[in-house]
Design a protein around this ligand. Structure first.
Ligand SMILES: [Fe+2]
Length: 145
């Protein structure tokens, strides 16, 4: 899998988690789904910031905007993490997070993916995917400990 395919797959996985969290009214389950969303988004976005954004920075000046959006996303993740699944505001914030993520994903899969296709060959994108996976598993491990 090249870097675009692996990012695409992560994005679809979080789409599914948002669907699942919205489909339950059980506070405990909401917290469980959110814990997964939190872990997945954190590992994904930190690995992007470490491996993916720097690789495309020179070709994509708006990459700074992607960093900024992820910084906002992280703040919201922390706010939700410190609240209860039974709070009235919990799902309002989750919905806000979903919209934020969907907007961000659109930008990545549009402008950013195009730049990769225009400026990198398959071997380079495979190499990047290897680095991305390594960064992600290292981040996941440090979150677990
Ligand atoms: Fe992403």
């Amino acid at each position: 899998m090249n870097i675009l395919e692996i990012i695409y797959e992560d994005h679809r996985k979080v789409d599914t988690l948002f669907m699942e969290i919205e489909n339950t009214s059980d506070a405990k389950k909401r917290e469980e789904f959110f814990a997964q969303i939190y872990k997945d988004l954190t590992a994904h976005s930190e690995a992007e910031e470490e491996v993916v954004y720097p690789a495309i920075r020179a070709q994509l000046p708006k990459v700074q905007h992607l960093y900024d959006e992820q910084a906002q996303m992280k703040q919201l993740l922390e706010t939700i993490k410190s609240s209860n699944g039974s709070d009235a505001s919990f799902m309002t914030r989750v919905k806000q997070l979903k919209e934020m993520v969907q907007h961000h994903v659109k930008e990545e899969e549009g402008d950013m993916f195009n730049k990769f296709r225009q400026t990198m060959n398959e071997a380079q994108m495979e190499q990047l995917s290897k680095q991305f996976k390594e960064a992600k598993s290292r981040i996941q491990q440090s979150m677990a400990s």
